[in-house]
Design a binder for this molecule. Structure first.
Ligand code: 21W
Length: 288
């Protein structure tokens, strides 16, 4: 069995090739994927053979001349529903083509009704060797797809999109960071600090003063203990101000934390101009 933590400690990439992750995407818009998956860290992960993503056109698994993938809903109602036959055939064909050696397999459906995507969900999916990702479209998918081939349904948040393609790319991007070797060790540690539940502290680079806004003095003082304390305080106050749910959400009753989040969300709304003015006032004080 391929272990995430063992692989993290493996120094050479050569051994990781054995555990290379494969992701097969089933979609009616295959052309949406290459521009995203062919860039940046995901591109490098594929070049390094840590990850292999194959995108399949669902219409290739139809048998009629019009390559039909949807139909009207039983019981009536607006919109169209994705037919079960092409999806079942695609999943079965891909699974069969991939059985040269045994792998841990998982079939995921991107759906507004799914489990919310989180660090924990992505981290768990990154340990799977073969992932099949089904992108929904239209008004939905025939329920027998869920019953017959889907192991797990995932949503990326409570807002309505036009399809599962962008959520699938979000999921792939998010889980790829947990594949050993894709991100360096420095970033892996940073990830642990975010997983601890605090937002990041503010960051600055040169120039020391930009358009009247100065870098806080503490970051230039060279006292690493003072800097660390400042950063911790900034993380805490930022989290309380913009994500109180991360502070109280773990223990407090859901209703209470949601009310406090809404209150804080309204109270702290500040325009960009106000923030710039505040920063300039601060830098005038600091340079006096
Ligand atoms: C949007 C599909 C709305 C269906 C029953 C009767 C995947 C998504 C999606 C989409 C509906 C995700 C209905 C966050 C998202 C996705 C397309 C509504 C109406 N159901 N995460 N009538 N947001 N969206 N169905 O939209 O496929 S993950």
């Amino acid at each position: 069995m391929w272990s995430h933590s063992q692989a993290l400690r493996t120094p050479k990439n050569s051994e990781l090739h054995i555990g290379m992750m494969r992701i097969d995407v089933i979609t009616i818009f295959p052309e949406m994927f290459p521009p995203v998956l062919g860039a940046s860290i995901i591109k490098r992960a594929q070049e390094q053979r840590l990850l292999q993503v194959e995108v399949h056109n669902l219409r290739d698994y139809t048998h009629d001349k019009r390559r039909t993938v949807d139909d009207r809903p039983y019981g009536g109602g607006p919109g169209m529903v994705m037919k079960p036959e092409p999806i079942f055939e695609a999943v079965e064909a891909i699974a069969a083509s991939c059985q040269t050696h045994p792998r841990t397999c998982r079939t995921v459906l991107l759906s507004p009704q799914g489990q919310p995507l989180s660090t924990a969900v992505a981290q768990q999916l990154a340990t799977v060797q073969h992932l099949m990702v089904i992108c929904g479209h239209y008004e939905g998918i025939d329920e027998r797809v869920r019953l017959g081939v889907v192991d797990q349904a995932i949503s990326i948040g409570d807002y309505v999109l036009t399809g599962g393609e962008l959520p699938a790319m979000v999921l792939i991007d998010c889980l790829a960071r947990f594949i050993p070797g894709v991100i360096g060790h420095a970033h892996a540690t940073e990830e642990e600090s975010f997983a601890s539940g605090w937002l990041e502290y503010p960051q600055y680079t040169r120039p020391p003063v930009f358009r009247g806004m100065a870098v806080p003095d503490v970051l230039l003082c060279g006292d690493h203990q003072r800097i660390a304390r400042w950063r911790t305080r900034q993380s805490v106050s930022r989290t309380i101000a913009s994500r109180p749910d991360l502070v109280t959400g773990r223990r407090a009753a859901k209703g209470a934390s949601t009310r406090s989040a809404a209150r804080n969300g309204r109270a702290r709304t500040v325009s960009q101009r106000q923030r710039v003015e505040a920063s300039r006032r601060q830098s005038r004080v600091a340079t006096r």
